[in-house]
Design a protein around this ligand. Structure first.
Ligand SMILES: [Zn+2]
Length: 273
């Protein structure tokens, strides 16, 4: 059984601000180690739960945070960016379950550490089929389209709540609780890793408890951008409609096509202010 693990940085225990998450941040070298160890705990948990193969996708920033030598020896590592499926690249290779580690709540969530959705300098809010969608929903939709249920989400308390509201039966592990956007109370790293390992094992062992997460088709995407300039360039993408000063929309039968359109919109929007 092959298990896919997507690892972001904002939802790792102890991480609270750009000193941790930006490559030039003063605490970045330390934060990436915390990230690697939480990833390793999930890898070990997946094997404990019955996985025979594990693929880990580096999902933060330029996606080159996980130091290969420090990663669990039995896991394969996907790193670098851009990738066709971005934060969930690799899930399309016959994985039977997906795990998200280090995840954070969607842009606009209160008391959620470093809340944002994909591109913080461009996306104010993303909605799919009329409901706000954070990275958990957006990426779970890709996993679902590829045949892999999301069986566990680890991150802060806010993303754990977001995940449970979205995916019935998903195992969640909260390694910290936001006290605001840039402050949190965290478990000790050893405790966080133990909880992640245990959660991943339980989740993989019982993966049939969780249904595939799929958006009903046709899938309607709406993106509120930060500035009207961003919508000016985003509406140049063929098929994208301008539905408001700052808002663009895209609809398609196929969710993966919607996901790619979203990324094109955000990439273009991120080039202007
Ligand atoms: Zn993220």
């Amino acid at each position: 059984m092959k298990v896919f693990i997507s690892v972001d940085l904002e939802g790792i225990g102890g991480v609270v601000n750009r000193r941790h998450t930006a490559e030039e941040g003063k605490e970045y070298e330390y934060a990436r180690r915390l990230m690697i160890e939480e990833a390793n705990a999930a890898v070990q948990g997946a094997f404990d739960g019955g996985a025979t193969e594990v693929v880990v996708n580096d999902s933060h920033g330029e996606m080159g945070n996980l130091l290969p030598e420090m990663l669990h020896q039995e896991a394969m590592l996907i790193s670098g960016s851009p990738k066709p499926l971005s934060m969930v690249e690799g899930v399309q290779t016959g994985c039977q379950a997906a795990i998200f580690v280090g995840y954070h709540a969607g842009a606009g969530t209160a008391a959620a550490v470093l809340d944002h959705t994909y591109v913080s300098r461009a996306a104010h809010q993303i909605r799919i089929n009329g409901r706000p969608a954070g990275e958990t929903a957006i990426n779970a939709g890709v996993c679902g389209a590829c045949g892999a249920p999301v069986v566990m989400v680890a991150g802060d308390k806010a993303v754990a709540e977001e995940a449970r509201a979205l995916i019935p039966g998903v195992v969640t592990v909260a390694v910290k609780e936001g006290l605001g956007r840039l402050a949190a109370i965290s478990l000790h790293p050893e405790k966080a890793r133990a909880a992640i390992r245990q959660g991943a094992a339980e989740a993989v062992r019982n993966l049939q408890r969780v249904a595939l997460f799929k958006f009903t088709s046709p899938v309607a995407l709406e993106v509120d951008l930060l500035y009207t300039t961003m919508a000016d360039v985003a509406e140049l993408v063929p098929g994208v409609r301008r539905i408001g000063g700052r808002t663009v929309a895209f609809t398609h039968e196929d969710y993966i096509t919607v996901f790619k359109a979203m990324r094109a919109i955000l990439a273009l929007a991120g080039t202007v202010v």
